[in-house]
Design a protein around this ligand. Structure first.
Ligand code: SAM
Length: 289
């Protein structure tokens, strides 16, 4: 007699445990639920049902990928961000919960500082589009532009925007930093960016899930990890209007990034904000122009 779904689940858990996965039951359940396309309640009701032989090979393929260290999100194909699902694949960084804090900061501060109007917000290094799409959905009156150097990432972001009904609302630009927008700097009210900020030499020491599977272009911030902030503050500083800049940063970069933002003429108030774990995570610059 073949096995039932419960036995397949138990096998999957012990396989993942044997491979050194940290929470094998949790991950086996998630993978199997997503594989079968059922929610949690339905999953347990299926336990006594027979396991179909044709499921074995494709599901084992998922387990093998996970055992090899591939992030769960690339296997199931999505990640939740700000209460919505975003499709992910190896061309984009998996959106992190800390980045929700960056979005929250923009939503809290932009209108307070700049007034309630059709603000133009530019997201540099949009990746999956998590930031740009969330802002476009939360603030339908804003004008949002999303830029990325990776055309694959940009295609994924557009796909996500399409799923969330805002593809046409966002202006998509394939290019580097703010360079394609330099002639239009005066139209930008808010610059938001979660750029690559890991120093190049530190990348090989990151956990395998990140270092071997997430795109290097999304991680590598140059020799000291600060190169994107140098370029972006220099570019954003080429104009003198009232505007806001909001960066996600590495936990030890607050002082240096705040220093770069302060160099923008008119940036008299620059603040470093913490994430839920109490680590420095966001630098916000209020530029009075
Ligand atoms: C840390 S990821 C952030 C992705 C997404 N915004 C998020 O928060 O989940 C950085 C992104 O910047 C992009 N990127 C790297 N260098 C860039 C550049 N010079 N200009 C524009 N985008 C760049 C990468 O392709 C990647 O999508």
């Amino acid at each position: 007699m073949g096995m039932n779904v419960r036995e397949a689940f138990q096998r999957a858990s012990s396989f993942l445990r044997g491979a050194g996965v940290e929470s094998p039951e949790f991950e086996a359940e998630l993978l199997l639920r997503r594989f079968l396309g059922v929610d949690r309640a339905r999953f347990f009701l299926l336990f006594r049902d027979p396991w179909q032989e044709e499921w074995t090979a494709p599901f084992q393929n998922w387990l093998n990928r996970r055992a090899a260290g591939e992030p769960l999100q690339y296997i199931i194909g999505d990640q939740e961000f700000y209460g919505r699902l975003f499709q992910v694949n190896p061309s984009v960084l998996i959106p992190r919960p800390e980045t929700e804090g960056l979005v929250e900061t923009v939503l809290e501060e932009a209108e307070r500082f700049l007034g309630k109007r059709a603000l133009h917000v530019v997201d540099v290094g949009t990746g999956s589009g998590a930031i740009a799409i969330t802002l476009a959905l939360e603030k339908p009156e804003w004008q949002v532009t999303a830029i990325d150097l990776s055309s694959e990432a940009l295609a994924t972001a557009k796909d996500n925007a399409h799923r969330h009904g805002v593809k046409e609302k966002i202006t998509w630009i394939h290019g580097s930093y703010l360079t394609p927008l330099l002639p239009d700097l005066p139209t930008i009210d808010v610059l938001v960016s979660n750029p690559p900020y890991i120093p190049s030499a530190v990348i090989p020491a990151l956990e395998k899930q990140v270092q071997a599977f997430e795109p290097r272009l999304a991680l590598d911030g140059g020799e000291d990890g600060l190169e994107p902030y140098r370029v972006l503050t220099e570019q954003f500083g080429k104009w003198s209007g009232k505007r806001l800049v909001c960066f996600e940063i590495g936990a030890d970069q607050g002082g240096e990034v705040a220093g770069l933002v302060k160099k923008i003429s008119g940036a008299e108030r620059v603040e470093i904000r913490q994430d839920l774990a109490g680590r420095d995570r966001v630098v916000i610059g209020f530029i009075s122009g």
